[in-house]
Structures are given as C-alpha cells and as structure tokens.
Design a protein around this ligand. Sequence first.
Ligand code: UDP
Ligand code: MG
Length: 314
Amino acid sequence: MPKLISIVVPVYNEANNIVPFLTRIHEVFSCLDYDFKIIFCNDGSEDDTLYQIRRLAEVDECVDFISFSRNFGQQKAIRAGMEHATGDCVICMDGDLQHPPELIPQMIDKWEQGYDVVYTIRKENKEIGFLKNLTSKMFYKIMNYMSDLNLNYGEADFRLLSSRVAELINSFPEKNLYYRAIVKWVGFRQVGIEYFPDIRRSGKSKYNYRTMTILAIEGITSFSIKPLTFATYLGLLISTLSLLYIPYIVFSLYNNHPISGWASVIFSVALFGGLILFMLGIIGVYLGKMYMQQKGRPTYIVEETSLVWKKQLY
Ligand code: UDP
Ligand code: MG
C-alpha cells in the first residue's frame, strides 16, 4: 500500500482559492506513487470558505476539514490540522497558492532520504514592498539573537515533518506554538530547499504591520527569556554609570559651585520613567502569557469537522 501524506492547510477567507488549490494538488499527486489527505483548517472565515470545503469533503475522499468557531489565528489552525493528521508525514502549506504544490515531490524525496524536517526558504517575494522586506529581515535578526535558533530569512509555514516529529510537537502542552521556531528547536535531521513564491491567487494578505508585530513579540517571548535578562543588564549598567556622578557632586560642593540642572533632571526623570515602564511592559508580557497558559482553556474550538462523519461513513 502506498504511503500516506497528510497536507495541512490553514484557510481564512480563501473561498476563491480552494478549488484551484485542490486541482493543483491532484495534478501533482497524479504523478506520484503516494496517497494524500488534505485537512483544510477553516480559521473562522467570513466568506464562502466553509461551504466550499464542506462540499469538497462530501465528494472527494482525499479532503477533510476542521472548522473553528471563530478566528483563532494561523498558528492555531496549523496546530489543529497537525493534531488530526494521520499520514506517514505531514506537509503544512498556505491555501492561497503562494506555496507551489509542485515543490512537494522534492520535499518527499528529501524525506525518503531520511530527513525528518524539510523546510523551505522563500527566495524573493514579488508581493512584499521594501519596508515589509526590511522589517521582516530585522525580525529574523532579532529572533535569531534572542533565541539562538538561527532561523533562515524567508522561512515560512511551508514544510514537511516526519510523523515522529509531528507527534512529538503535538505532545507539547504549550498553547502558543510558534511553528517556525519550534520545528528548528526540536532538532533531528533537517534540510532546507529554496523556492520562488507565486503571487497570491486571489484575495489579499491577512497580515499587516500590527499583526506582524504581534506575531514577532509572540515569537520572541515564547522562545526566550533574554528580554528579561536584558532588563537586568541595563539596570546594572545604568546604576554603575550613575556612580560616576558622585565625584562630580563632591567636587562641585567642595569648590562652592552650586549645581544647577533643571534640564538634566527633567531629562533623566523622563528617560528613566520611560525605561522603567518599558521593562515593566516586558515583564507584563511574560506574566500575561503565564496567566493565559495556566487558565487551561482550549487552544482552539472546533465547531464542525468532516472527520467525525467520515469516521462513521467508512
Ligand atoms: N490564515 C489563517 N488565519 C489567519 C490568517 C491567515 O488561517 O488568521 C491563513 C491564510 O488563509 C493563508 C495562510 O494562513 O492560507 C497565510 O496567510 P496570508 O497569505 O494572508 O499570509 P502571507 O502569505 O501574506 O504571509
Ligand atoms: Mg499568502
């Protein structure tokens, strides 16, 4: 019996992309000696996405879907798909056809050679502007420094995981998994392949600067506590520097020079007030994460899934 490849696809308002996506996947697999199963994870779409995937799941036995009760975010949608995937390996990819399905045979090839993780590196993105490119490069630099992970610039949520790595990651109790980094963190034999992304087939990107900043903070704080130690070092440095002020004060008093300095006092009060609030904010982010994690609420809520009725059917 051929091996089974599970394909996890998070979709949010991708109604016009679902059918072309499935067609391309069928085309690719028609030349391969593998079975495949797609799990569309509908992340609370407001358009016809759910209707489309439900219809396809009814007629195509290679298609399954999980539908959330609201928008929980792409990473949670990936998690849901991974938790329900049953294949010998799992491929994650976007549903807007920016991740070319034609790369799949190459990924499978690497997996068959014994790699547990095959990640992809985006070479050039025709869609993103100069500023988005710059900020995203900065994010990778900061992320790498903070987490010691060495993520490649252009690494996206398009990757293949062997079933043992997928199961391992599924067993993590963390609520806010950041897949790009967690996959690097687990280790095993990993290999990257490069690709040129296509332009989005239809609709527009769900990410703007606000959501990208949230994702960046999420990524960094869920991987490292370096920002906390940064506060300690900065505090130590400033306290040490402020000691240098003592000889100056003593010298001035000794020579009967009155020390005037309204401007410098206001400046330092404002500067250190700001710094203290900034550091408190950093601690707050971690505290908030602990608070949310200990509540123990589910990571996502499934409202409807074909996996239930298909189980009854077959
Ligand atoms: N997505 C999702 N939930 C969200 C945002 C996006 O499931 O809250 C899906 C989206 O449908 C797409 C993939 O995640 O399949 C990547 O999103 P998008 O194409 O908007 O991101 P970009 O390619 O611009 O980084
Ligand atoms: Mg996209």
